[in-house]
Design a protein around this ligand. Structure first.
Ligand code: NAP
Ligand code: ZN
Length: 364
């Protein structure tokens, strides 16, 4: 048995856990920058964080201008505000977009904005972060990744460093109750994709596989609720728990070409991140099974179903698929083949394989 597993994030879960554990914010200093989007003001998460900070006598500024699929401009602006406010730590409140943006802001606030954020070495000097997810999908609250729009390369690019792990993740599923069905499905499918891709990573090991199987147990256990769109507080808790587990998986394994391919659909067409992965994942798994049955069979065992049933079930969640013409898909396969995720996959995927996945998933 051989593995190398790292998880430095304190994870605190439960109803009202932010206010109940307000004292955990205290060691991070006098002043916070809260990084968020627009929905946190409506689902109670922002108010809970503000109350927790106020109860410790900690000051805060709020930067709520993070768009879905965060841009370099938005994180540079956030870093400027963090420096002006004298922030000693960052609190991220929202989905993957504000949570990822907060990591880049925490880094730039300490290290300055000179040079490309995508190629520079990320040092250890990063403001400490506390993450409060309001979607159940990305797992960003437990990963060292921040994914930003990279306009020079026309894709989304991940930056990563051990210093980008948050110190604390607070999981309160009440905040996800206000998510519309489509966002709930998209983010849950993202988490399923993380668990599956983690099992197919060259860095997968006994422990990350165990966490991935556990994650799939919780996520797929809510399949009927996701399909029907009736999500009880218990279902919301299970999805958030499953998504965080899947985040723990990819924190250790990284992702595979599914994510690299999905970035094309998101960057060029605005397909939501989780939906993009879900559109591609079933066909990707079929190619994996054909090329390396021994490596792929355990994934289907963890899913508890075969390739055809998995395709049907994901398709039923996602509804009518987007389609793109052949020249576009050849271009995307070429782009995705250049992504570092390809080398992270235990099943070798050539550009032609990626084109085949695109074609059978979103071909016209
Ligand atoms: P998101 O882009 O953060 O949010 C999607 C939409 O949902 C936004 O309009 C957001 O509005 C809204 N929203 C968030 N929480 C809500 C709530 N509780 N109720 C109602 N609306 C809510 O979506 P996401 O799928 O969570 O994150 C996707 C991003 O994460 C992508 O950029 C992706 O690349 C990245 N990602 C990161 C990792 C990682 O390891 N770091 C892993 C996978 C994906 P507001 O933002 O205005 O509030
Ligand atoms: Zn993802």
């Amino acid at each position: 048995m051989e593995f190398n597993f790292y998880m430095p994030v304190r994870i605190v879960a439960g109803e009202n856990c932010v206010r109940k554990n307000a004292a955990l914010f205290a060691p991070f200093g006098r002043s916070a920058l809260i990084v968020t989007g627009k929905s946190s003001a409506r689902n109670g998460s922002l108010a809970d964080v503000q109350a927790a900070l106020a109860s410790n006598g900690q000051a805060y500024a709020v930067y709520d201008q993070i768009p879905p699929n965060p841009t370099v401009g938005s994180v540079e602006e956030g870093a400027r505000i963090a420096r002006e406010a004298g922030a000693s730590f960052v609190v991220a409140v929202g989905g993957g977009s504000p949570m990822d943006a907060a990591k880049a802001i925490a880094m730039l606030a300490r290290q300055g904005s000179e040079g490309s954020i995508f190629t520079r070495a990320i040092g250890a000097d990063v403001l400490p972060m506390v993450h409060v997810p309001t979607t159940a999908g990305t797992g960003s609250e437990v990963t060292p990744y921040a994914i930003l729009n990279n306009d020079e390369k026309q894709t989304k690019t991940s930056i990563s460093a051990p210093s980008l792990f948050p110190k604390i993740a607070f999981l309160d599923a009440r905040y996800t109750q206000s998510l519309p069905r489509s966002e709930t499905v998209n983010t849950a499918v993202d988490a399923i994709s993380h668990a599956v891709e983690g099992m197919l990573s060259v860095r997968a090991g006994t422990l990350s596989d165990a966490v991935a199987r556990e994650s799939l147990h919780w996520l797929l256990g809510e399949y009927d609720a996701l399909r029907g769109g009736e999500l009880s507080p218990r279902s919301r808790q299970n999805l958030l728990y499953g998504a965080t587990l899947a985040g723990i998986v990819i924190a250790n394994t990284g992702t595979t070409p599914v994510h690299g391919m999905g970035y094309c659909l998101t960057y060029f067409h605005g397909v939501p991140h989780g939906r993009a992965n879900g559109l591609l994942l079933p066909a990707f798994l079929r190619v994996c099974l054909r090329k390396d049955e021994a490596r792929t069979a355990p994934v289907f065992a963890a899913l508890g179903m075969g390739p055809a049933e998995f395709s049907d079930r994901i398709a039923a969640l996602l509804g009518a698929r987007e389609t793109y013409d052949d020249a576009t898909l050849h271009d995307y396969a070429r782009r995705a083949a250049a992504n570092k995720n390809v080398r992270n996959c235990a099943v070798l995927m050539e550009e032609g394989d990626l084109y085949g996945v695109f074609r059978s998933s979103v071909g016209a």
